[in-house]
Design a protein around this ligand. Structure first.
Ligand code: SAH
Ligand code: SF4
Ligand code: F3S
Length: 558
């Protein structure tokens, strides 16, 4: 890697892409007469084909769509696999040590690929690239040529030296963006990247049509970047910086464009979507959003938009028949402390908002919640759930749980099991506590042994398996709307026979098609046999089998 500051442009280091080993293709006939401009023209042989390996949450997947779009726009093609790519972008997750180990463990493979193809370049971005740890990154990830924090991702194409291929105007636009991207601030005493340029770069990507969406049916729509919470175990604020809301109208415009493009489902994304809008400027049109009170808490929203206002606006995008143009509207993730009555009312009133809520609880014990810095109590959490269940009957609820947090006693763990029994979640994402560098809890003793963590995790998962099965059995015999998402290879669900696709169906002459999976509005996974052409369609399915993690049924006659 050669770091050359480009004179007269930005002082940012540029990753030098090695020139093509074979002779470059002849210039196209429309090459400019002025030879000095010739150097700006893309030469297809010089542009690497790329592969993006994305780990982690929906936000990372959404970010990868933006990066892929920028690379495609610069003229790069997508490689069919990592092995054939000239550029590998690894979009990392740092939520637990195990997530980081997955990438550290692939350094040898990446190094081998580089030996076989000396022109190969590897970029590492996402939550493992934290400002405070920049100095040690090259040691942890020796096969990587360029590190970009999540808020530096818009610089990708420019830092690879690929924008010059696009001609002067694009290059100038990119330089303007670069000037405002990548600013740093501090969280406590830790240097972090601040995400303040991301709303602007997203808007440019959307208006420029360069977001390479992975699905033509279901779209991610980021509404707020970063996180202002101080959950003591969590690395996200160090990786993604403070909260930055996207402007209200830009989000609604993006949703309108998605509706026009035929998307059936939109998921609004943020680490805490419930705090959307607090950092935006007050506006007279939001004057009705003033002081808000819920569960004994009062917050002055001061004429700023909130998530409730946003989902009402997106739900208000209607077809000529007056039905929501986007049939399914989801949002993740909701922090229980910020879940307002206004939001619950909007969920009740908006027909497109699905009957599902992901509401991470983390633990069933108040003392552990306090140590985790989660702000709410179990009483507050349950009060919110009761209100939501009253407002949206039949709503499905999922959660996240951490077992074995610092100082978690046997009794405190039992309180979590009791909470699971009381709430009866549809789905629980549970993991053992993993201390993360720089977080507040990394200074507490990680005193629950790995063995005890594993046992507690298994016990919790076994309990939830029974609850999940019972929750799913309630759907037997009912006909539900399913958004079909993809065809799955037969036997891919071998590990869970109860959840397996209908293996016999291919042998039954009356059922034609392939194994398809989709989701109900309540986010239940459904297996069904049908024509691949149905992918992307909302269909009615009669549920005939229920396992702990999925449902299986047959297509109801149209
Ligand atoms: N912003 C969301 C999601 C954060 S990350 C929220 O507040 O819920 C997703 C989940 O990872 C968290 O809900 C938590 O359950 C888990 N998690 C975060 N940090 C962790 C850690 N250090 N060890 C184990 N699990 C962790
Ligand atoms: Fe992490 Fe807490 Fe923010 Fe979620 S709300 S991203 S757990 S700090
Ligand atoms: Fe992982 Fe970062 Fe998401 S740490 S869970 S990719 S916000």
């Amino acid at each position: 890697m050669i770091n050359i500051p480009r004179p007269g442009r930005s002082a940012l280091p540029v990753l030098d892409m090695v020139p093509p080993t074979r002779p470059s293709a002849p210039r196209s006939p429309d090459a400019p007469a002025d030879v000095r401009l010739g150097e700006y023209l893309p030469e297809s042989a010089a542009l690497p084909s790329f592969h993006i390996w994305t780990l982690g949450c929906q936000m990372n997947h959404s970010d990868s769509e933006e990066m892929a779009g920028r690379l495609l726009d610069a003229g790069c093609a997508e490689a069919s696999s990592m092995d054939t790519a000239g550029l590998i972008v690894v979009n990392t997750c740092a939520i637990r040590e195990g997530a980081e180990q997955k990438v550290i463990g692939r350094q040898g493979q990446l190094a081998r690929l580089k030996t076989a193809n000396p022109g190969l370049r590897v970029v590492l971005t996402g939550c493992s690239v934290r400002e405070a740890e920049r100095a040690g990154l090259k040691r942890r990830y020796p096969a990587v040529d360029l590190f970009l924090r999540p808020d530096e991702e818009p610089e990708l194409v420019d830092r690879l030296g690929l924008t010059s291929a696009q001609g002067a105007i694009t290059a100038i636009t990119a330089i303007t963006a670069i000037g405002s991207v990548g600013r740093t601030g501090v969280l406590g005493r830790t240097p972090i990247g601040v995400a303040d340029a991301l709303p602007g770069t997203r808007a440019r990507a959307v208006t420029g049509g360069t977001v390479a969406r992975g699905s033509a049916v279901s779209a991610w729509l980021p509404i707020i970047y970063g996180c202002d919470k101080t959950c003591t175990y969590c690395i996200v604020p160090f990786s993604r910086g403070p909260e930055r809301s996207r402007p209200f109208d830009e989000i609604v415009d993006e949703a309108r464009a998605l509706a026009a493009a035929g998307y059936r489902e939109v998921t609004l994304l943020g680490q805490n979507v419930n705090s959307y809008g607090h950092d935006l400027a007050p506006e007279a049109r939001f004057g009705h959003i003033r002081t808000e009170r819920w569960a004994g808490r009062q917050l002055d929203l001061g004429s700023r938009p909130d998530l409730a206002e946003l989902i009402r606006a997106i739900d208000g995008i209607r077809t000529a028949d007056g039905v929501p143009a986007i049939p399914r509207l989801r949002f993740v993730t909701s922090h229980p402390w910020d879940l307002s009555d206004r939001l619950i009312d909007a969920m009740r009133d908006c027909p497109s908002v699905v009957e599902h809520l992901h509401l991470p609880v983390q633990t069933g014990d108040d003392a552990v919640l306090r140590r985790m810095g989660r702000q709410y109590t179990i009483e507050h959490y349950q009060e919110r759930l009761t209100r939501i269940r009253e407002a949206v009957p039949g709503i499905t609820v999922s959660t996240d749980v951490i077992v074995g947090f610092c100082g978690e006693t046997k009794d405190q763990f039992q309180a979590t099991l009791r909470l699971l029994e009381a709430v009866r979640y549809d789905q629980v994402f549970a993991a053992a506590y993993s201390p993360r560098p720089g977080t507040a809890s990394s200074r507490l003793a990680d005193d629950v042994s790995p063995d005890v963590k594993r046992r507690r995790l298994n016990e919790l998962l076994a309990l939830q398996e029974g609850i999940g099965a019972l929750r799913n059995e309630a759907w037997l015999g009912r006909t539900v709307e399913v958004l079909l998402e993809k065809a799955v290879p037969p036997r891919s669900h071998e590990h869970d026979p109860a959840d397996a696709p209908d293996r016999d169906s291919n042998e039954r002459p009356d059922v034609a098609g392939v194994h398809l999976t989709g989701r109900t509005r309540g986010h239940k996974l459904v297996h069904v046999t049908g024509e691949a052409a149905l992918i992307g369609r909302l269909v009615d399915v009669r549920i005939e089998h229920a396992g702990p993690y999925a449902l299986r049924g047959t297509l109801a006659p149209a």
